[in-house]
Design a protein around this ligand. Sequence first.
Ligand SMILES: Cc1cc2nc3c(=O)[nH]c(=O)nc-3n(C[C@H](O)[C@H](O)[C@H](O)COP(=O)(O)OP(=O)(O)OC[C@H]3O[C@@H](n4cnc5c(N)ncnc54)[C@H](O)[C@@H]3O)c2cc1C
Length: 403
Amino acid sequence: MKENQKHKIIVIGGGYAGIQTVKNLAKNPENEIILLDKNPYHYMQTEVYDLIANEEDFAQITLDLFTYCSGFKNSNVSFCKREVINVDFKNNKVITTTDRLSYDYLVIAVGSRTKFATNVEGLREYAYGIKALHRAMYFKQKFEMSLFKKVDEGGATCIPLSIVIAGAGLSGVEIAAQMASFAKEFYKQNHFICRKLNIILVNAAEHILFGMDKHLVDKSTKRLLDLEVVIKNKQKVVALTKTSVTLSSGEKVFMDFMIFAGGIEPNGVVFNLKLEKNERGYIQTKPTLQTLEYKNVYAIGDCTTLRDKDENILAPTADIAEQMGELCSKNIKCDQKGQKLQEHKIRSRGILIALGRRYATAKVFGIYINGYFAYIMKKMIERVYSKRLDIHSCIGCKKIFDE
Ligand SMILES: Cc1cc2nc3c(=O)[nH]c(=O)nc-3n(C[C@H](O)[C@H](O)[C@H](O)COP(=O)(O)OP(=O)(O)OC[C@H]3O[C@@H](n4cnc5c(N)ncnc54)[C@H](O)[C@@H]3O)c2cc1C
């Protein structure tokens, strides 16, 4: 590199992985970083459960990426709201819907989206996803409107509100518990006689949270049952109409609406990228997080899959995404200095599952915590995360106004 010439780095995706990468790379004034995201905000998906329970509004679970990027001391980060549609890897150019941008290093951190299985009739038309913020908000409003309608009907009719959640992974379980406890509280507070809300959790595996620690599975199952959530294990949704769900057993469940949390796939742009992918379409990387084909291109977060030393796939979480961002930025630094790149030793630092108002179950650094204390711990981790981003954005705001 010539003297005074900066390293042009493009990071695609301002999620957990992308934000962490940008933060670390910004420390080197010789880096000139552009963060691209199709949305102008960072969406804190791990806090969706509080959005649904009305404990937080959407402003509290989003962060403006423009002010965030303006807050770096070296003023070497800029944000461009762009949807990336492809990458010309041979000529080091990112192709967006409006322009082509050059890079020396590229970090792909575009995350994942809800995978609506095409063989399930009616799924796309009648089910709600929660991976995108606008969908989560739409569903929250629908939930509240449905509750209101039940109140409006008065005591004369007491037809229960029925909600089906398909998929009992982390997000399906958290949402089922949160809705059940929210509605319980709502009915109790207002002394409504008709308190019936049916939440049916449909799960293809033998038990909920398949693949997770047994203690967490047992605690979560008990909590859901206490909240009167109906769990239907070893069942798949095979068809949907506006008012009913047909399960693989042949059972027909009537419902007011359904949330689909039954699977994810990499975000759309990944399908266009000419990179090696696994059988489920996720970008394959070396242990250094570089793509198999290009040493200056890294892929991190939910659009890739990472395996531990025993070849087990690490569950896609914000924690893993952040650690990948950390390592990716370290390796770009090593590469810039001509040093050997580090291979990943990433493992889950902990899992915290929110299970309704002020209750959670967790395993953090091998220690189990349950109940209110686990909830406080989850909240504290989220608070620290968002507070740090917030402070940074305030600096960004000030800089923009001072200019
Ligand atoms: C309801 C729910 C609850 C969860 N709870 C937890 C939890 O408790 N703990 C936990 O650790 N994890 C949790 N997760 C998982 C966690 O949110 C994800 O693992 C994490 O968001 C992955 O981070 P990421 O940076 O890879 O992707 P994301 O955070 O999804 O960010 C990807 C970014 O890329 C952008 N993007 C996508 N396509 C393009 C494009 N073509 N052009 C430009 N930009 C693009 C998106 O707008 C987005 O900003 C939860 C997820 C959900 C849905």
